[in-house]
Ligand binder design. Structure first.
Ligand code: AMP
Ligand code: ZN
Length: 139
């Protein structure tokens, strides 16, 4: 636990939160600044700055937990879908540097969010990029 980390304190239950689920490894809370009605955050109980340093066993579990939460949101809140958002690094929008995954309910005719304007590329650029990334993955 990092004594200066607010999500460590929330995950440990030292700071109260609206908790919707808890097990030995995760606490799921409602976001205090929700993007939509029911916006939830999956917090690891173990401190890890982002997904790159989250232990593999937790990475493997978090997606299945997110799917359960999304399904529960569809059933209980009447949302038509949901987004899983997980920011890593300041330029990616991360503001709290303790691993968390957003589960954001989406409603029919709700506001636009989690969108981007498609850019352009070309086959040469795609091939060069693919080679670079493929090589990095094999390191
Ligand atoms: P991110 O930008 O991905 O780091 O997301 C941080 C999220 O944490 C934001 O959606 C905030 O609204 C939310 N947040 C920050 N502090 C708290 C808190 N004390 N309780 C609940 N949610 C929080
Ligand atoms: Zn922490």
């Amino acid at each position: 636990m990092d004594q200066n980390c607010i999500f460590c304190k929330i995950a440990a239950g030292d700071i109260p939160s609206a908790t919707i689920y808890e097990d030995e490894e995760f606490r799921v809370i409602l976001d205090l600044g929700p993007a939509s009605h029911g916006h939830a955050l999956i917090l690891s109980k173990e401190h890890a700055q982002d997904v790159c340093v989250l232990p593999e066993r937790l990475r493997a579990k978090v997606l299945s937990l997110a799917a359960r939460i999304g399904a529960a949101m569809k059933q209980s809140l009447g949302c038509a879908g949901f987004n899983l958002v997980q920011n890593n690094g300041r330029p990616a929008g991360q503001t709290v540097f303790h691993f968390h995954m957003h589960v954001i309910p989406r409603y029919e005719d709700g506001p636009d969010m989690v969108n981007w304007t498609p850019g352009t590329t070309n086959p040469e650029e795609l091939e060069a990029l693919a080679e670079k990334l493929h090589a990095a993955l094999e390191l």
